[in-house]
Design a protein around this ligand. Structure first.
Ligand code: KIV
Ligand code: ZN
Length: 514
């Protein structure tokens, strides 16, 4: 029988380390539930010691999913491990992921520790963690720049102390497939007890080698692959798990491995993560890019018409891309909408259906044709219930100034806490600039806009616009998103969404309304 490769998804931890990405608890749970549908075996839900909010989110994820194991990251110290114990130890099917750096660069320049001290701390922490969890993953950070003998020594000692999974990450995306194979082979041959634990790979994509290196690790006998859907993560990102999964499936003849991944869930998972994180998928991205199955040259089109296998090694349907349909009309009822969601693989509760149906009706009044993408966007951009949604954008009137170039915006924002309407006025070199300045003035808030993107959700000139923004306050970044047929309204609402996220993290900061 083909050997099973386990998939460990760290979108909610390493993925959240993508600059500007910050997920609230509700978003983490939504992503985790989707990862469960995808068939992920282990979900790294966060870093419990980072803040009480992170710990709560880790716990919420663990309670929300049933099949995948949920782990939290911890540095090799007692306080971090205690934070994970408090968040997870009484929840079924959970574990811990402890790490310490092992390479000479990290030992000498970052940790200021000797080899002996690193081993001692690793062993002490793994033994402590093993008292609380039967699943203890241990990572040698920067393993690929660590001396092989030392890597084997640390591995042997932490296995003895109770580690059940050994992860040897390519933290800085530096290794090559041959080198990575050599490393795993050496450690598995030289560390006593290696045959009793699961080995894991964790590759970053700094040199574009993450998929090649992960697959090399699998060829060296590693049975767990760590990464993020869409390849998000620190710097150039982590390995894109959907690429590894599609590769193992498409070339099963060669690799002879089994996975628990339900490939048909890939497209949906990828789109949801892109929408929630605000990180767009490049059109030429393998497996999930918009052009991944497009054939544009005449020769290719001719081949595909004659037989798809001429230029398609996998079908779009096999990774969950459905032919987009024109759905439902203005007169369609709630049941028809529910049925279409179910056909698309979304289960929707009565309360949520009620809210989405209201939005659907509003949309149907403004847009002639409604496509699958439109109703998916309506569902996936429901306002957050866990956020402190202090403000709602109400409306704006715009004036072109006498120089015929600049705009003046008069904005109204509702304060949901006391029902008052706040007015603001701003001038800028375009309508969005003027509105954002009006919002800043009305809320007396000082934030910097550092990113703004807009894209259409489906086809047609009357398509819904989806806006993502990132704002900065001090050193912190906050993202916001909104959709609307009226892109000016979507722009204002996305900005307010980001401000609400900023406000919700500033419980002690008084926002002065004028
Ligand atoms: O890249 C890395 O080394 C990590 C560890 C914390 C596992 O993310
Ligand atoms: Zn990493």
């Amino acid at each position: 029988m083909a050997e099973r490769v386990y998939f460990f998804d760290t979108t909610l931890r390493d993925g959240e380390q993508t600059p500007g990405v910050s997920l609230n608890q509700e978003e983490k749970v939504e992503i985790a539930l989707r990862l469960e549908q995808l068939g992920i075996d282990v979900i790294e839900a966060g870093f419990a010691a980072a803040s009480p909010g992170d710990a709560e989110a880790v716990r919420a994820v663990a309670k929300a999913v049933t099949k995948p194991m949920v782990v939290s990251l911890a540095r090799a110290n007692k306080a971090d491990i205690d934070a994970v114990v408090a968040a997870l130890s009484d929840v079924d099917n959970t574990g811990i992921h402890v790490f310490i750096a092992t390479s000479p660069i990290h030992r000498e320049k970052k940790l200021l520790m000797t080899k002996e001290q690193v081993v001692e701390q690793a062993v002490e922490c793994v033994s402590y963690a093993a008292k609380h969890f039967s699943h203890v993953e241990f990572s040698c950070e920067d393993a690929t720049r660590t001396e092989l003998e030392f890597l084997a020594e640390v591995t042997e000692k932490v296995i003895e102390a109770g580690a059940t999974v050994i992860n040897l990450p390519d933290t800085v995306g530096y290794t090559t497939p041959e080198e990575y194979i050599k490393m795993f082979t050496y450690v598995r041959e030289h560390a006593k007890g290696a045959e009793n634990v699961r080995f894991s790979c964790h590759c970053h994509d700094d040199l574009g080698m993450a998929v090649s290196n992960s697959i090399a690790a699998v060829q060296a006998g590693v049975t767990q692959v760590e990464g993020c859907v869409n390849g998000i993560g620190e710097r150039a990102g982590n390995v894109a798990l959907e690429e590894v999964a599609a590769l193992l499936e498409t070339r099963k003849d060669y690799y002879q491995k089994e996975t628990g991944i339900n490939l048909k869930e890939i497209a949906k998972t990828s789109k949801l993560i892109s929408r929630i994180t605000g990180i767009s998928i490049p059109p030429n991205k393998a497996v999930v890019g918009h052009n991944a199955f497009a054939h544009s040259s005449g020769i290719h089109q001719d081949g595909v018409i004659k037989d798809k296998s001429t230029y398609e090694i996998m079908t779009p349907e096999s990774v969950g891309f459905l032919e987009t349909k024109l759905v439902l009309g203005k007169l369609s009822g709630r049941n028809a909408l529910k049925q279409r969601y179910e056909e698309l693989g979304y289960s929707i509760g009565a309360e949520e259906l009620k809210e989405v149906f209201k939005k659907y009706k509003e949309l149907a009044d403004r847009k002639k044709e409604i496509f699958d993408e439109d109703i998916i966007a309506l569902l996936e951009t429901q306002p957050s219930k866990s956020n402190v949604n202090v403000y709602t954008f109400k409306d704006v009137s715009l004036q072109v100034l006498p120089n015929n170039k600049d705009y003046r915006a008069f904005v109204n924002i509702e304060n949901n806490q006391d029902g008052t309407v706040i007015e603001g006025v701003g001038e800028g070199n375009g309508p969005v600039d003027a509105i954002y300045k009006g919002i800043d003035q009305g809320l007396n808030i000082d934030v910097e806009l550092i990113d703004y993107t807009i894209k259409s959700i489906s086809k047609g000139k009357d398509s819904i616009g989806e806006v993502h923004v990132k704002i900065k306050h001090g050193e912190s970044l906050y993202q916001g998103r909104a959709i609307n047929v009226d892109i000016i309204f979507a722009s204002a609402s996305a900005y307010i969404d980001a401000i609400n996220r900023f406000v919700s993290t500033q419980q002690n900061v008084e926002i002065v309304n004028k």
